[in-house]
Design a protein around this ligand. Structure first.
Ligand SMILES: NC(=O)c1ccc[n+]([C@@H]2O[C@H](COP(=O)([O-])OP(=O)(O)OC[C@H]3O[C@@H](n4cnc5c(N)ncnc54)[C@H](O)[C@@H]3O)[C@@H](O)[C@H]2O)c1
Length: 346
């Protein structure tokens, strides 16, 4: 399917890191497309992204996703790309109610809208739907210098998975129920760590941009958990690779739907915090002392690397941007818009 210029797309969380990148990417590629965002601007950084959306003629509706009445007043859309969530795993421990309402009730409200409009949905899920205990057990067997273990869609989802993981896994199940009862067509992407330009990293989410920002500003950083050694590993995917994939999924939606995919940077884009420190030193030319907190949160995992076999087999899609591309592109935006980022301190 070629993208139809009359198509209307709603991006929830459109003023967030991933949502704003997808919205602007689609609008720049197909300027007649209607791209709208639903975002309550609850993150400081979303106000900056709102300016970016405005500059690209993308309208945002300032609505709380847990407000069903407001959502139902919106016009009809062909596609909903659901990027709205509180995405920080630790936040779900301390702000459980907000996370529950945003991440799970929010999905319910969006599904009711999708059902009413007979639209299609692409849902951004997470690698955190997988069992914490099983990942811990697997990580024990992994040689730290050789990240050779990849997690596919069939890996255990046994509890505990964190409240965040629960809201996302439950959202997936809800989507499948609506698909079964109301014939809603969906794609669910379980993303690993996404990074790149316009990410406002915080201690518990967005570690690549957080690292670079702290180095640029010579501010303190800490390795947290797992004895404070900085050995925890994640694979990282460039947000531009995410945008390319979403476009492929829209184009091929009629042929490929009702599927769940793991999507991540893969083995080649796997990095430990310690290794990231080295790269941050190189690109910024600065050095900072890194402290340590030995204690590990019971929500944290020491290792995650995505198995992209399924997504490749369906779309012949693979990651194009490597870690150096991710770090360079993120760094350049942080430097170029330093004043803006400072204003809404990461
Ligand atoms: N960033 C990652 O590494 C990553 C990895 C896996 C999955 N995801 C998923 O991708 C999606 C986007 O993540 P992100 O990194 O862009 O997060 P983000 O925090 O940058 O964006 C989320 C946006 O949602 C908005 N929002 C929050 N609560 C809301 C509410 N109640 N009503 C309306 N808007 C609200 C925020 O203002 C923000 O603009 C999320 O669903 C997340 O779970 C992200």
């Amino acid at each position: 399917m070629i993208i139809d210029n009359d198509m209307k797309i709603l991006i929830t969380g459109g003023c967030g890191f991933i949502g704003s990148n997808i919205a602007i990417f689609l609008k720049n590629k197909f300027n007649k497309l209607t791209v709208h965002s639903l975002d309550n601007l609850s993150r400081n950084s979303s106000k900056i992204n709102l300016i970016r959306l405005k500059n690209n003629k993308i309208k945002n509706f300032k609505i709380n996703i847990s407000d069903k009445k407001q959502i139902n007043l919106l016009e009809k859309y062909d596609f909903v790309i659901d990027c709205c969530a509180e995405a920080a795993v630790e936040a779900s421990k301390y702000e459980s109610e907000r996370v529950f309402f945003t991440n799970l009730v929010g999905t319910f409200n969006i599904l009711e809208k999708v059902k009413k409009d007979k639209s299609k949905i692409i849902f951004l899920s997470t690698s955190r739907v997988y069992s914490i205990k099983n990942i811990l057990a697997k990580a024990k067997q992994i040689n730290k210098k050789n990240y050779n273990f990849k997690i596919n869609e069939n890996f255990s989802k046994k509890s505990p998975i964190s409240l965040y993981g629960f809201t996302k896994l439950s959202s997936e199940k809800l989507i499948q129920e609506y698909s079964y009862s109301d014939n809603i067509k969906y794609i669910i992407n379980r993303f690993g760590v996404v990074s790149g330009p316009w990410q406002f990293g915080k201690q518990d989410q967005g570690f690549v941009s957080l690292w670079l920002w702290r180095f640029i500003n010579k501010k303190k950083l800490k390795y947290i958990g797992f004895e404070g050694l900085g050995n925890q590993v994640r694979d990282v995917i460039h947000v531009k690779d995410v945008c390319d994939l979403i476009l492929e999924q829209i184009k091929n939606f009629k042929k490929i739907n009702n599927q769940i995919f793991n999507v991540g940077g893969g083995l080649n884009n796997a990095i430990s915090l310690k290794e990231l420190t080295k790269k941050a030193k190189e690109i910024t030319g600065y050095n900072i002392d890194i402290g340590k907190i030995k204690k590990t949160s019971n929500y944290d995992i020491p290792y995650f690397v995505t198995d992209n076999k399924k997504i490749y087999s369906f779309y012949k899609w693979r990651v194009k941007r490597n870690l150096d591309n991710i770090i360079k592109d993120t760094f350049e935006v942080l430097i170029k818009y330093k004043k803006l980022f400072k204003k809404h301190e990461l």
